[in-house]
Design a protein around this ligand. Structure first.
Ligand code: SOE
Length: 400
């Protein structure tokens, strides 16, 4: 494969190198090898608190350098973009500082832990966009070819007007009472539990594929296991039923219903307690002329039902690997399939393309703020006996 050398480099610094850092690194490494990007990608620096660990991460994940102080890195003149892969309690501080320093930002989801933080981030992003410095939030499942195709089909009117959306994000890694107390179970760091971790994805997904914002919600949150083994304690290791346990301060499951601005309704379920389900992000959208369904555990497929098929109508399975399908043409021959990691490369392709064109990438921080307002309303609704709450102010248009 001969890729013409791009005119200019986009010099990237990534903060954090855990699970998401590894996934983002894969995206940065791979996108330039499969897409003809308008800018060369320079994986310049990875940042982490511990020097030795950061150096190991740089070597393993493909970054040229390691650093330990993100504040110093965002001030560097030889860096153009900051990729934030840290837990969500630090997103606002890093993203706002980076945008003010003139760096583009890619920020992992959920955008922040509170609506206040998300508002400040969206404001900083709007100011920066005037200087052609752009911010994007990493709802990477928008970059699965099948979900992008679902969006295109709905936008083209294939299923008519949306009446009902049902979305679920099902995992089971907390089903055992002995699963350890990680940062994801601490409200101060994670903001919320299944709600922000998984619910954020399905809120964005429903808004993205339908093109409609959620304008009101009613929610119900539950924490089934209120204390878990403290990580690292000799008696608290997973599977030992350890005596030393600490409090879980977030939800295990979040159920909510919502009204869409077009008049349709939506149901949502986000849980880390769904036995046997490992990474089941599912949605089914029913419209006036048909329906469309997706399951991330079978991510190369999309199901489509259209009444225009007449007496022989039935859900048909589209294998979303044809070169005409979103993103698929850059990868393998039809039928060879993509995986979880390809979403991160596709995300890099879209982000780099938007930056080079001087255009706002999607999803924007305003989209991330709308999701945050929905999550916040769900939490408040649950506290108020599942009261219906309006999303206010409402971001009416979802960018894609
Ligand atoms: C863990 O529940 C997790 O890694 C989420 O944090 C990610 O956002 C999701 O993509 C996969 O599951």
């Amino acid at each position: 494969m001969t890729t013409p050398r791009a005119a200019k480099a986009l010099r990237v610094a990534m903060i954090g190198y855990g699970f998401m850092g590894a996934a983002h690194s894969q995206g940065w490494r791979t996108a330039p090898r499969f897409f003809d990007l308008p800018l060369e990608v320079d994986m310049a620096v990875v940042v982490g608190r511990d020097r030795e660990q950061a150096e190991k991460a740089a070597a393993k994940l493909g970054w040229r350098e390691a650093a330990t102080d993100w504040r110093e890195v965002i001030e560097r003149e030889d860096i153009d973009l900051i990729d934030i892969c840290t837990p969500s309690d630090s997103h606002a501080e890093i993203a706002i500082a980076a945008l003010r320093a003139g760096k583009h930002v890619l920020c992992e989801k959920p955008l922040a832990n509170t609506v206040g933080e998300a508002e400040a981030m969206a404001e900083a992003a709007a100011e920066a966009a005037e200087r052609r410095v752009f911010a994007m939030v990493g709802f990477t499942y928008r970059r699965v070819p099948a979900t992008a195709l679902a969006r295109d089909l709905i936008a083209a009117g294939e299923i008519g007007a949306v009446r009902q959306a049902r979305a679920a994000y099902l995992q089971d890694w907390l089903a055992s009472e002995d699963a350890p107390l990680t940062w994801r179970l601490d409200k101060r760091i994670a903001g919320s539990g299944a709600l922000g971790d998984l619910g954020a994805h399905i809120v964005d997904m429903v808004q993205y594929v339908t093109g409609e914002s959620i304008e009101s919600v009613s929610g119900l949150l539950r924490t089934f296991v209120t204390e878990r083994p403290v990580l690292g304690s000799s008696v608290g290791l997973p599977g030992t039923g350890g005596a030393e346990r600490g409090p879980v301060t977030v939800d295990d499951a979040a159920l909510f219903t919502g009204a869409l601005i077009g008049g349709g309704v939506a149901t949502f379920e986000a849980t880390r307690m769904a036995m046997g389900r490992k990474n089941g992000l599912r949605f089914e959208i029913s419209g006036t002329e048909g329906a469309i369904a997706f399951d991330l555990e079978r991510l190369n497929e999309l199901e489509l039902y259209t009444t225009s098929d007449g007496a022989n109508a039935g859900f048909r399975r589209i294998l979303v690997t044809e070169p005409e399908h979103p993103y698929a043409g850059a990868w393998w021959p039809a039928g060879h399939g993509l995986g979880y990691e390809h979403g991160f490369s596709n995300q890099v392709r879209d982000l780099v393309g938007a930056i080079a064109a001087g255009k706002q990438p999607a999803p924007s921080f305003a989209d991330g703020l709308q999701v945050q307002r929905v999550l916040d309303a769900v939490e408040r609704s649950s506290e108020a006996g599942s009261a219906w709450l309006d999303i206010h102010p409402l971001e009416r248009s979802v960018t894609s």
